[in-house]
Design a protein around this ligand. Structure first.
Ligand code: MN
Length: 475
């Protein structure tokens, strides 16, 4: 049986039944679903920050699944791993892509129901208004499939889509992302861009769409690598694209690439945890909607933990793999959630002076939104921010170890980015390398303090420590 959303939910329920909660009562799509997930995040009555299936969103017959990707435990499970091993495992699977398998429409669950022409009305889906100042309802969970006109390859990425009518959604993409290169290539050819928004599948679909792959395209093959099996794809009904056949919902459509064909989009809560990017953007004119008989609409909670976790693991996996191609002495990479995936902690077993800067530069080339890179020695656990800050404070001297590089293409949704004129808004930012490594041998550096490990191993406090009792003499 092909892996999909249903098989993943079965696996999750078998291993961690407490991690999926069901809501039967009617819930308002405006703020109520996200408020419920927001409220349970740090409440120990619901350990593991569960995903929530809302079966009755007001105004829709379709159930809504929120926060599926909200913890590292769940995304690690989806690649058969655990939190301690997920980055190298992601990296290994991403590096083993599997070609897709084309199936006929009759074999594709996502073609069980097809809407075209006047039958199309996407407002029947349980789209949410998520955050307080969001411009309205948004699709947050679509793998956006397009075809590169140069190579003919399919590309996939995740973007935000404002609901603008029964047959129209906004189309905003980061200027640094492959989808924007495909849009501009179509514009240069005087063509419109065909798009398929694929919603609801195994977590491997959205993670592959976030992977930072060399060149344009290849995400569906990486999805197969993550799953360990070829992804079955089906030809779309109204556009020349192929989409995963076991998805829940596919929205097909056309983006007019004429720079004049834009309308205001946003504001919307984004991964930097601010509302950013209100401005003219293209839109997607919908030409078909296809679904399963009983689809589940999957939503990703923007500007919240799910948005960051889903964005971070694939980036860490891609970066670990591609940076090690340049600098094999790199031992681990973390994109801490506090740094909204734009800050990296990289550890390495430095052999030669200067290696840390090369590793950091390799990381910048993997992902344009990466902004601040801390490089530490391999005795530092990059998943422990206290240890990284200790290395930063005791092994780093700003005039020697800080490198400042202005005018790089960056994360346009980060509020501090700038344009060619520094006073203008634009997608550029200044990159920092913070080399927090000790000098390479033979230069000496003081050893870090520790109690002898063999003695720590030997002593047994559980047999020695007693509670104080009244009357006990302290001297
Ligand atoms: Mn791509």
């Amino acid at each position: 049986m092909a892996k999909d959303l249903r098989t993943y939910l079965d696996e999750l329920l078998a291993e961690h039944p407490e991690q999926l909660k069901i809501v039967e009562e009617e819930v308002d799509p405006e703020f109520e679903a996200t408020a419920i997930v927001d409220k349970i995040e740090r409440d120990e009555r619901w350990p593991g920050f569960p995903a929530v299936l809302f079966k009755n969103i007001k105004g829709s017959d379709v159930p809504l699944l929120l926060n599926l990707h909200g913890t590292y435990e769940r995304v690690a499970l989806s690649i058969g791993s655990d939190v301690a091993n997920m980055v190298p495992e992601y990296s290994r699977r991403e590096g083993s892509p599997i070609p897709t398998t084309l199936v006929e429409s009759e074999q594709a669950p996502v073609h069980e129901v097809v809407y075209t022409g006047d039958e199309i009305d996407i407002t029947r889906f349980p789209f949410l208004v998520h955050q307080e100042l969001d411009a309205g309802k948004y699709i947050t969970s679509a793998a956006s499939v397009t075809r590169d006109p140069d190579s003919g390859r399919l590309n996939s990425g995740i973007f935000r889509h404002q609901i603008q009518g029964p047959k129209q959604v906004g189309f905003m993409s980061n200027p640094a992302h492959h989808t924007s290169y495909i849009l501009r290539a179509n514009r240069d050819l005087g063509r419109k861009m065909e798009v398929a928004l694929v919603i609801g599948h195994h977590p491997a679909m959205l993670m592959s769409a976030v992977s930072k792959l060399p060149g344009i395209g290849g995400e569906l093959e990486v999805m197969g690598g993550l799953l360990g099996e070829s992804v079955e794809v089906v030809k779309c009904k109204t556009v020349d694209l192929e989409v995963p056949a076991h998805a829940e919902i596919v929205i097909e459509g056309i983006v007019d690439t004429d720079p004049e064909k834009v309308q205001n989009e946003g504001p919307f809560g984004e991964y930097p945890l601010y509302y950013t990017r209100l401005g003219p953007m293209p839109w997607l004119q919908i030409t078909a909607v296809t679904t399963r008989k009983d689809p589940i609409y999957v939503d990703v909670f923007n500007a919240h933990r799910e948005h960051l976790v889903l964005g971070a693991l694939p980036r860490m996996g891609s970066m670990f793999r591609r940076v090690r191609e340049v600098m094999p002495t790199v031992t681990a990479i973390n994109l801490p959630l506090s740094g909204i995936r734009s800050m990296a902690f990289i550890s390495m077993k430095k052999k030669v002076e200067g290696e840390p800067k090369l590793a950091a530069c390799a990381a910048f080339t993997v992902d344009p939104i990466l902004k601040h890179v801390f490089v530490v020695d391999d005795d530092i656990d990059v998943f422990n921010e206290d240890q990284v800050m200790w290395a930063f404070t005791t092994r780093f001297q700003a005039d020697r170890d800080l490198t400042i590089m202005p005018n790089f293409l960056g994360g346009h949704l980060n509020p501090v980015t700038y344009g060619w004129h520094r006073e203008e808004k634009g997608p550029q930012e200044t990159k920092l390398i913070l080399d927090c490594t000790k000098p390479a041998p033979p230069v000496t550096f003081p050893p870090a303090c520790r109690v002898p490990p063999d003695v720590v191993e030997r002593v047994q406090p559980e047999n020695l420590l007693k509670d104080y009792e009244p009357g006990m003499k302290l001297s």
